[in-house]
Structure formats: C-alpha cells, structure tokens
Design a protein around this ligand. Structure first.
Ligand code: ATP
Length: 378
C-alpha cells in the first residue's frame, strides 16, 4: 500500500522571501492511483516530484507516506523508484547489468534476480538487447531500459519525470501503452510529470493541473476537460485550445436573458437562470467555447449569428482548423475535412448557448453554479 499525502507543501529556492516554486500544494494521491502532474514549463511539477522523492528539501508543509511523516527521510529510505527524462544509465555497463544493479546492491539472491530480469525484459520488450551497452541503443531503447531499471525492484511507488520526452510521436504512443499496461499489472501508486496533455489524458486516473506554483484542479481526465475549475484549466486542456470572449449579460424584466460581445448579442440564455447566479453575472465575465462547438454558415440563420471573416485555414487531413476574425478577436473553429474556405470569405458564427462556459474575468474562476446548469460534454 502507498498513499502519498501532500499537505500544504511548499518550496522556496534561495531567499526566505523569494518566489515559491511550489505553493501550499495539498493533494491526496491514493494507493495504486496513476496521478499525472500536468502544467506548462516552470509551474513546479518537477520540484513537487523531487520533494516526494526526497531529492529536494521541503520548505513548508508536510509530506506523508501511508500516514507516516517523511519530510526528512532520505530518498533511499522512501522505497520509491524513479525514471527521468534523461535515462541516467551507466554507460560502461551492459543493459542487463544496468537493470541488475539496484537488485545487487539490495543483495537479492541470484535466482530471484534472474527471474525478475526475465520478467521485466519481456514486459518492456528488451530481451534481445540485454547484452548491449547504452551507446549501442536508440533513444527509445534507452528509455525502455531506464523504465525496466525503475520497475524491476518492486518499490512501493513509482515517480516518472517526462520519461518519454525524447521520443518521436509513434514511439511515445507505444511507450504510453506499455506504461499503462505495466501499471495495470503491478497496480503501484504512480506519479508522472508531463507537460503533454495527450500523455496526461491517456495515462492518468486523475490529473493534477498546475500553474505558477499552484494547484489549479485535480480530477479525472473527463472532469478537467469537461468541467474545468477555471479559465486556465479550460484553456490549457483541449486541442485546439478553448476560445475566450469578453461578454456582458443582457437583462430583461429583471433577469439575465442574453450574452453579448462588444455590444453584439451572441447567445440567448434559454429558460430561467438559477437565482444563485445573478450576482455573479453582474461581474466582468469571460465566455469560453471549444473550437468544435462553434457553428458556422455562409448565410445568417439566427438573430444572434455574428459576422466573422476568415483569416486562415489549415487542412490537417482528418479535420481542418479555421481561424476567423470576430471584431478584433481571433477565434479557432474545428471543421470537417471536406469543407473548403476562401480567405476573406464572410461567415456567420453561432455560439450554441449550451456549449458556453462562463468565467469571472477578475479571478478566472468558473462561475458556480453554472448559469446554464447542465451536464457538460466538452
Ligand atoms: P519544466 O516542465 O520546464 O521542467 P516544471 O513545471 O517541472 O517545469 P520546475 O522545474 O519545478 O518546473 O520549476 C519550478 C520553478 O522553480 C521555476 O520557476 C524554476 O525556474 C524554479 N527552479 C527550479 N529548480 C531551481 C533551482 N535549483 N534553483 C532555483 N530555482 C529553481
């Protein structure tokens, strides 16, 4: 069993009053869970992982492992295995010796070592290269060896820091599937750092989204995609990224009735709004909509359709990405492959109200309760 609890964990490098690399991070990583730390470069993912590993001093808060405080426990006493972005293989040792090394220093008996190496080599598909040395391997093979060395010794938990970052897209997919398979076989608590949302979505039981040293949201891949807690998460997760527009709420007979952008009505708000939302709607607002949810036509279909102009169109084979200009703002729209567009062609844009998200422009927080109060499906 390995439950890892971060309780207001903080890290400051250097000066006492310098900026935090990680700020008051509270998170419960469940036993056997595959937790992914996701966020842009510099948000504090690696620092958090290194604090869990014992490689970085904790400057605030508490870290517990199965209920025991481990803030001051050295890395070797934590029973955690790590695999890094750079493979850190011993260059003079053959693959087999690299994998054996952590077992030998733990004085495992030969028969158990042989059995384990046979298993791990099969699991990560390196049986035929066990005799080679690291310089004789491709990047993908080295990454598999590094993974094998981490998993072979049956630790309580695994920590991975961008372990696939040097691979091309195809190899990453293969390795992702391999990591997922190994996790489902071993069921060990795993913490995995990446800035690649596709990797996070594919691997995670839950994703912890970080930004500027702070945790933004923790949830399943579906939750962070469909129910983002704030505008950062909404904009970071999903490809192409969500579109944002400054909007105002139009009132009729004392109730919110429509949304407008730059003085143009862009969506009617159907039905009665939850009264709990009314005070939120008087604050400066941003509306968000995913690129595949914007509808468009060559002719105007509704009073709320807005005229936009095509800026660029990229055909990506299975789909197209259209950039249009609405007033002074660029919007991204996902299109079907067979659709064709001409630059400067006028287009009428429709924002289906059921696909709009609303955020406070000041705090970025998603309005809660949701003004349209419905089940979200991206
Ligand atoms: P990346 O995806 O680029 O690796 P990250 O999210 O893992 O980024 P961290 O490496 O944890 O981010 O860094 C968080 C912040 O701490 C950054 O501002 C970084 O510059 C700073 N930082 C990291 N290591 C040190 C260090 N040894 N000394 C001072 N500042 C550091």
């Amino acid at each position: 069993m390995a439950e890892i609890i971060l309780d207001q964990l903080s890290k400051r490098y250097g000066k006492k009053h310098g900026p935090c690399a990680v700020k008051d991070l509270s998170l419960r990583i469940r036993d056997r869970e595959f937790m992914v730390f996701l966020g842009p470069s510099g948000c504090g993912k690696t620092t958090t992982l290194r604090m869990i590993a014992g490689l970085e001093e904790i400057t605030g808060g508490n870290l517990t492992f199965d209920g025991k405080p481990i803030n001051d426990l050295p890395p070797q006493a934590r029973d955690i295995a790590m695999a890094f972005e750079n493979y850190a293989l011993y260059p003079t040792l053959a693959v087999r010796d690299n994998i054996e090394f952590p077992l030998k220093i733990r004085r495992w008996p030969h028969s158990r070592i042989d059995e384990k190496i046979e298993w791990v080599a099969g699991a990560v598909q390196i049986t035929d290269i066990l005799h080679r040395r690291p310089f004789e391997l491709s990047g993908g093979q080295q990454q598999r060896v590094s993974l094998a060395r981490a998993i072979v010794r049956e630790p309580k938990a695994f920590l991975f820091d961008e372990p696939l970052s040097h691979l091309d897209m195809k190899q990453r997919q293969v390795m992702r599937a391999l990591i997922k398979r190994i996790h489902s076989q071993l069921r060990k608590t795993t913490v995995y750092v990446t800035h690649d949302q596709n990797e996070a979505m594919a691997l995670a039981d839950r994703i912890a989204v970080m930004h500027q040293a702070e945790l933004q949201q923790v949830g399943t891949p579906e939750e962070v995609l469909n129910n983002p807690a704030n505008a950062f998460v909404a904009g970071f997760i999903g490809e192409p990224a969500m579109n944002f527009l400054d909007v105002e709420v139009g009132m009729k007979s004392g109730r919110a009735a429509w949304i407008s952008h730059a003085g143009n009505r862009l969506a009617d708000l159907p039905g009665a709004l939850d009264p709990a939302c009314h005070h939120l709607l008087s604050a400066p607002l941003q509306a968000g909509i995913r690129p595949h949810r914007i509808e468009f036509s060559e002719t105007r279909m509704r009073a709320t359709d807005l005229a936009a102009e095509i800026s660029t169109y990229e055909s990506l084979g299975e789909r197209g990405i259209l950039t249009v200009r609405l007033r002074s703002q660029d919007l991204t729209i996902l299109t079907l492959p067979e659709q064709t567009f001409r630059k400067a062609q006028p287009l009428w844009i429709h924002f289906p109200p059921e696909h709009l998200y609303f955020f406070s422009k000041d705090s970025g927080k998603r309005l809660h309760p949701d003004p349209l109060d419905r089940k979200r499906t991206g």
